[in-house]
Each structure stands twice: as structure tokens, then as C-alpha cells.
Ligand binder design. Structure first.
Ligand code: GTP
Ligand code: MG
Length: 358
């Protein structure tokens, strides 16, 4: 079993920072580097106890050390980024791995810790519902139904919760939306029209965009990273070729792909028009150069802005086809989602698993 260390306080300026470290070796590391203000640390951790003291030989930052669980401590030290980094290094130099804070937290801790990282009212209100107990209430209801032998309602409750992981995983982590298509179809113009400012360079020459150009924004209250890509085509030119490789990588990782075709030049269809790909017909302000009547596409003009608001509204629906009802329980961590999946896969252990993640 490994040891893990993590900074729990959100990024930004603050007077204090909180670290947590967990694992079988953590108490030994603490005993080596922490000098309590009075007395000495006991050989084994005592749950619920805390000490004021200094951590780190050179740094000697004044911290509060608290034992908050079996094999888990919290350290409340000064908030400067460099100080936090030094404290983390005390653990990593002893072999601990750094992880994102949320991964170390139990279900009841996750929601309040995630709240400061949300960036939209919509995602904050989903997390607040969990702070107010929605998750715990629904998981408990499913467990009680199981205990009462009502397996079919328990199963549908667990399935409903599990289906909301698609939303829960993105309350902080943005959805990835990629704009792709042949050169010169207006991808960068569309990215700018959606973003609302001139983020990408637009030019009449094909091959203008060569790198990935990403922007963080909110669409219908969901955090997204919108990525404009190099036009996809076969090319002998190295620089553009590398841009195209990057574009393919971005496509593979995207949650939604907007495949742009130009109504004023013959269309180029993607090699990988899959389920997550939606066609956008651009330049509808120009006379069409091909028969566009029957195609299943959102119709826009990135130049005039026509259709862009409709496209953005549709994008919200593609990202989250089913909104969780107000006040619904939503899993916020991979551990919670995984617990739901295991409860469905192993009915014999479901009561115990639900009790664990509740
Ligand atoms: N009339 C009209 N022109 C457009 C529209 N969208 C883009 N254009 C023009 O099309 C040309 C290419 O636009 P870009 O946005 O640079 O196209 P792109 O797909 O990003 O091109 P590459 O990065 O080279 O692959 C520019 O001259 C734009 O002004 C549109 O909706 N209507
Ligand atoms: Mg471009």
C-alpha cells in the first residue's frame, strides 16, 4: 500500500493551507519531520488528537497536525505556494505520491471540498445539493430498500444515481468540446463567435490554425474547454502536419466534436463521424455551392452570428442530455461512481458497498 499526499485548499492566495496525507507509512514520516511545541509524538497515531509544532528541518513552518482517520493526518500550515510545495516534498521524498485532493476524501467530505472549485451557478448548486445531503439521502434510501427486500426499486434508485456521474464528473472538470473540419471552413471564426471575442486568428488562407487553441468558458452553465484545431487534410508540410496530429489527439479525447462544413465549397466529411460528432454547416450567409437541403446539421454563419445562439443551446443538450432533477443526489467522485457500479454488479455485497459510500 502506498502513501499519498494532497493539498486540500483550492488554488489561489490564502494565509493558510491544508494538506492531507494518508497511508501506512505516513505516521513514520510525520514523526521524523514534525517537532511538537511540547512533549513528543506518540509511537502510533491517536485519532482526534492534534498538536501545534514545526514541520521540516530547514523550513520549520509552524503548523497544526491533526490525526483525522486511521492512517490519515491533516496539516494546517502557511498558505504560500512555495511553503505548501516544501511540505508536500517532505512526504514525496519519503516515497508518497501526490494526488488530487478530492481522491483522498470520503463521500461526506467531497462536496464541501469541491464547492470552491466550481465555476458556474449551475454546477455550484448541484454541489450545494450534495452538501445539503442529497447524495447521502438517496444512497441511504437505496440501501434501506435493499434491506427491506425491495430489490427492483433499490436497483432503479442506484441506476438513476449512476446515470448522473456523467454530470457529477464535470461539476469541476470541464467538458471538452473540439471544433474540427477541413481547412478554411470557418472553424476559428466559429470558435470566436461562440467565445465572444477574437481568440483564434482568422484568415482567408487555408492552414491558418496550426496549434490547438483552447478557451475556457461556460455553456448553459456547464464548464467547457473549447478547442479550435488545425484543418484536417493530408499534407506534406511538417508544421501543419504536426498540428493535424494534435487535432486528431484532441478529437479522440473530446466529449463533443463540432464538425464544421462549408456551405460555399464542396463538403469534407470527417473520417470519424461518431456518436459524439455533430455537423455544423457554416457560411450560410453565402450562396450554397452544393445541395445542403437534406443534411442533419446546425446551420450557422460565424461571420454574421446567425444560428450561433441556437448552436450553443444545442451544445448544452449534447453535453448533458438529461438534467438531474433539482435537489437530486449526484456522485461527485470516481470512488462514489465506482461504488454504485459495484453495487449493481455484486448484489450480494450491495448493502455493504452502499453503506461505505453513503
Ligand atoms: N462569408 C463568410 N465567411 C466566413 C464565415 N466563417 C468564416 N469565414 C471566412 O472563411 C475564411 C476562413 O476562416 P477561418 O475561421 O480562418 O477558417 P478555419 O477553418 O479556422 O481555417 P484553418 O485554420 O486555415 O483551417 C476567412 O476568410 C473567414 O473570414 C462565414 O460564416 N461566412
Ligand atoms: Mg483556423
Amino acid at each position: 500500500m502506498s502513501d499519498f499526499v494532497s493539498i486540500l485548499t483550492p488554488p489561489g492566495r490564502s494565509a493558510l493551507a491544508t494538506l492531507t496525507a494518508t497511508g501506512p507509512g505516513v505516521w513514520d514520516i510525520v514523526r521524523r519531520h514534525f517537532r511538537p511545541a511540547g512533549g513528543a509524538l506518540p509511537e502510533s497515531p491517536v485519532m482526534g488528537r492534534f498538536w501545534l509544532g514545526r514541520l521540516g528541518a530547514d523550513l520549520a513552518d509552524e503548523v497544526v497536525l491533526a490525526v483525522v482517520g486511521a492512517d490519515r493526518v491533516e496539516i494546517h500550515g502557511h498558505g504560500g505556494e512555495e511553503i505548501s510545495r516544501c511540505l508536500v516534498e517532505l512526504f514525496t521524498s519519503a516515497g508518497a505520491l501526490v494526488v488530487e485532493g478530492i481522491a483522498l476524501l470520503g463521500a461526506s467530505d467531497a462536496a464541501p471540498r469541491l464547492l470552491p472549485f466550481t465555476t458556474t451557478t449551475r454546477t455550484a448548486s448541484i454541489v450545494l445539493d450534495q452538501v445539503a445531503g442529497a447524495w447521502t439521502r438517496e444512497v441511504r434510501a437505496a440501501r434501506l430498500a435493499l434491506e427491506a427486500g425491495d430489490f427492483s426499486s433499490a436497483r432503479s434508485m442506484i441506476e438513476a444515481l449512476a446515470s448522473r456521474w456523467h454530470v457529477g464528473r464535470h461539476v469541476v472538470e470541464p467538458f471538452r468540446v473540439v471544433i474540427a473540419g477541413a481547412p478554411n471552413v470557418g472553424k476559428s471564426s466559429l470558435a470566436n463567435a461562440i467565445t465572444g471575442y477574437q481568440r483564434s486568428i482568422v484568415a482567408p488562407t487555408p492552414g491558418t490554425t496550426r496549434d490547438l487553441v483552447s478557451t475556457s468558458l461556460a455553456v448553459e452553465g456547464w464548464p467547457i474547454v473549447l478547442t479550435d484545431t488545425a484543418g484536417l487534410r493530408f499534407t506534406g508540410e511538417d508544421l501543419e502536419g504536426r498540428g493535424i496530429d494534435q487535432a486528431r489527439g484532441a478529437l479522440a479525447e473530446a466529449d463533443v466534436v463540432l464538425w464544421v462544413v462549408d456551405s460555399a465549397t464542396p463538403p469534407v466529411w470527417g473520417e470519424t463521424i461518431g456518436e459524439k460528432t455533430h455537423v455544423v454547416l457554416n457560411k450560410i450567409d453565402l450562396p450554397p455551392a452544393w445541395d445542403t437541403t437534406g443534411i442533419d446539421a446546425m446551420r450557422v454563419s460565424a461571420a454574421t452570428g446567425a444560428g450561433v445562439a441556437n448552436l450553443v443551446a444545442a451544445l448544452g443538450g449534447w453535453l448533458v442530455p438529461e438534467l438531474p432533477p433539482d435537489g437530486a443526489g449526484v456522485p461527485l467522485t470516481a470512488a462514489q461512481a465506482d461504488g454504485l457500479r459495484r453495487a449493481l454488479d455484486e448484489p450480494g455485497r450491495a448493502v455493504a458497498i452502499l453503506a461505505e459510500i453513503e
